[in-house]
Design a binder for this molecule. Structure first.
Ligand SMILES: Nc1ncnc2c1ncn2[C@@H]1O[C@H](COP(=O)(O)OP(=O)(O)OP(=O)(O)O)[C@@H](O)[C@H]1O
Ligand SMILES: [Mg+2]
Length: 250
């Protein structure tokens, strides 16, 4: 039984379709995320990566297709059940999307206020906020405003906020975009540290080849609205297919 559980995907997308007017963005996209893995989805700018991740968390409605998270079909869930399911998913938005008018502490308390009871987290909010900030090395910024932090620090705070409910799945939308190479490396190391510490399953959307190389156990390329090809970084970067090669040329 345990074995079967390990093989079942924790998240599965089947035949996802989404069109805006005559812009067919997703044309039958398929994806499985298995427990404990770091899956990277790479695609060109405008290929539909953010649309896919927004459909996943229910911020956008797909035209058709199935999305199963922890064995539940999210299109069939009632709002209360969907809300509960969402508490198991941490989402790092493209950019950092911190609330500008709230301190770091208040930004982190925000998801706690809504969901802490449901999740039976026993620690105090203060302790959870401290723990999450400690994980990203920023405990000392607790009472600062986001505008007082550098871009890299803001990204780390956003990551701390995504972690605070101790999610089983973390979705990262372009975690390194807009950061300098050294700060990008720090964020990638942090993502690896978090994955090891909490045994989370991660879906990482990126067009950063370095990020993909360091973090991925497996990759999917999103091309023409479908999961065009999948494999390890080594397999894909050695592919002879020009559409695949295009991603790895520098
Ligand atoms: N709400 C919307 N209404 C209309 N079109 C949209 C909407 N959201 C996205 N699109 C279109 O869908 C396509 C894919 O957008 P998406 O944001 O998913 O790209 P992306 O792969 O995340 O790109 P990037 O790497 O630049 O973040 C684009 O052509 C975009 O214009
Ligand atoms: Mg995007």
């Amino acid at each position: 039984m345990k074995q079967q559980e390990d093989i079942l995907p924790i998240l599965e997308i089947k035949n996802l379709k989404k069109t805006f007017g005559d812009n067919a963005v997703l044309n039958g996209f398929n994806m499985k995320l298995f427990k404990g893995e770091n899956l990277v989805v790479m695609g060109k700018s405008g290929s539909g990566k953010s649309v896919m991740i927004k459909c996943l968390v229910g911020l956008m409605r797909a035209d058709s297709g199935n999305i199963k998270i922890m064995n539940q079909d999210i299109t069939l869930l009632r709002k209360t059940d969907l809300d509960l399911l969402r508490t198991h998913i941490g989402f790092l938005f493209q950019g950092s999307a911190l609330y500008d008018s709230m301190t770091v502490r208040e930004n982190l308390e925000f998801p706690l206020r809504r969901h802490k009871k449901k999740l039976h987290l026993n620690e105090s909010s203060e302790a959870l906020v401290r723990e999450a900030l400690r994980n990203v090395g920023l405990e000392h910024t607790m009472d600062l405003m986001p505008s007082e932090l550098s871009g890299g620090m803001q990204r780390r705070v956003a990551l701390a906020r995504a972690l605070i409910l101790k999610p089983k799945i973390i979705l990262y939308d372009e975690p390194t975009t807009g950061l300098d190479p050294i700060t990008s490396k720090e964020i990638i190391q942090l993502m690896r540290h978090i994955q090891k510490t909490y045994d989370t399953s991660s879906l990482i959307i990126t067009h950063d080849v370095d990020c993909a190389r360091v973090i991925s156990n497996r990759m999917i390329l999103l091309v023409d609205g479908i999961n065009y090809v999948e494999g390890t970084f080594a397999e894909l970067s050695n592919s002879k297919d020009p559409k695949v090669q295009a991603f790895f040329k520098t």
